[in-house]
Write a protein that binds this ligand. Structure first.
Ligand SMILES: [Fe+2]
Ligand SMILES: [Fe+2]
Length: 361
């Protein structure tokens, strides 16, 4: 890239080409024979794809928000439901040669990563007509100018480069030596999402495209943040030489993925914080505080995900657990030990985005 098109470090305005630019690498990332995104610097350090300008851009938008006196959304990590089975439970299963439940969990992760590509389909309406204050030089103004596209490419790969979907598959296949993949993983995921009812619109006074955009961004932000716990689980299980056939390679792969996730969390929470600091126009000619909308959406999503996700994961795993354990020498003793490692988890009482109470008391 020539100097003429390289933005100043503090620049707030970028072209899509800049936000999608990875720059040059010393060496590519090859995962289990598959060419993946990202690569290595001359010192051997991994650098995430498409961050040459995207990373400083996000830093600059955050600094601007802070300089204007606005806060950045902070989601309490205590709201993150722990992964099921836990690291200890997954390790126990693998030590007894029971690979199916862990292979299933890792396959679900890779499929969910691939689904991340839908972010590029999210329509961004004309924000200058729907937001009272200016949006020029913000993360918001760049959602459809490279940010969504970079995110989509990171998750599902682009052209001949694998993304997170392929990287998780590689980590799984390296660590568990190309395990048998249960054939019903995707079918069961689809079946479950089909059971969810269509909720009514939370903010019908908003332009529907804007409401949908903010809902999607809030949902994806929470999914990305909760994924931190899942990825930590993956890194710990797959880096354990007791149960992983490639502790270094598979563990590194998860570490690379985790570093790629950072810009996703950061641009989403910056853009939503920008909305939160502004005023939105309603379809009837009035206005509503962005804070009321963003907090309302985050509260609903967090409440819903903290209460349903763990039980869904538990039910999903236990459906095949007894069957999967048949390969162990003593399935009954193994199940007892597995259950003895069961830990209780109760979500915190507050999401931190509760609607302000208008009445006293
Ligand atoms: Fe990802
Ligand atoms: Fe992500």
């Amino acid at each position: 890239m020539s100097a003429a098109t390289t933005p100043e470090p503090e620049s707030l305005v970028y072209t899509p080409e800049q936000l999608l630019d990875s720059g040059d690498y010393e060496a590519p990332l090859i995962a289990n024979g598959v060419r993946c995104h990202g690569g290595f610097e001359s010192d051997g350090q991994y650098r995430s794809p498409r961050t040459l300008h995207r990373a400083p851009a996000i830093t600059a938008w955050k600094a601007q928000l802070a300089s204007q006196g606005h806060e950045l959304i902070e989601i309490d990590r205590a709201l993150m439901p722990p992964q099921y089975p836990s690291v200890e439970q997954a390790t126990l299963l693998l030590e007894h040669g029971v690979r199916d439940p862990v292979a299933r969990a890792l396959t679900i992760i890779s499929i969910v990563e691939g689904f991340g590509a839908i972010i590029r389909e999210v329509k961004v309406p004309d924000l200058t007509s729907l937001i009272v204050e200016p949006v020029e030089g913000t993360a918001l103004a760049h959602l459809d100018q490279g940010l969504f596209e970079a995110h989509a490419r990171d998750e599902s790969g682009y052209k001949d480069e694998g993304g997170h979907k392929q990287m998780w598959e590689a980590a799984r296949d390296l660590a568990l030596e190309s395990p048998h993949i249960p054939g019903d993983v995707l079918m069961r995921m689809m079946g479950r999402s089909g059971q969810r009812q269509k909720a009514k619109r939370p903010f019908p006074q908003l332009d529907p495209t804007l409401e949908r955009l903010l809902q999607m961004m809030s949902q994806v932000l929470v999914v990305e943040i909760f994924a931190e716990g899942t990825f930590d689980w993956g890194e710990r299980v797959l880096s354990d030489p007791k149960v992983s056939a490639a502790p270094k390679e598979a563990g590194d792969m998860v570490r690379h993925i985790r570093s790629d996730e950072n810009p996703h969390v950061e641009y989403l929470r910056t853009a939503l914080s920008e909305v939160r600091a502004r005023t939105l126009r309603t379809v009837d000619g009035g206005t509503i505080a962005g804070r009321e909308v963003v907090d309302g959406l985050l509260h609903r999503i967090l409440r819903n995900m903290t209460t349903t996700r763990r039980s869904e994961q538990q039910a999903d795993l236990r459906e095949n657990l007894a069957e999967a354990m048949k390969v162990a020498a003593n399935p009954k003793a193994l199940l007892e030990e597995f259950d003895s490692l069961e830990a209780d988890w109760n979500p915190p009482a507050r999401t931190g985005f509760e609607p302000a109470t208008s009445a006293e008391g």
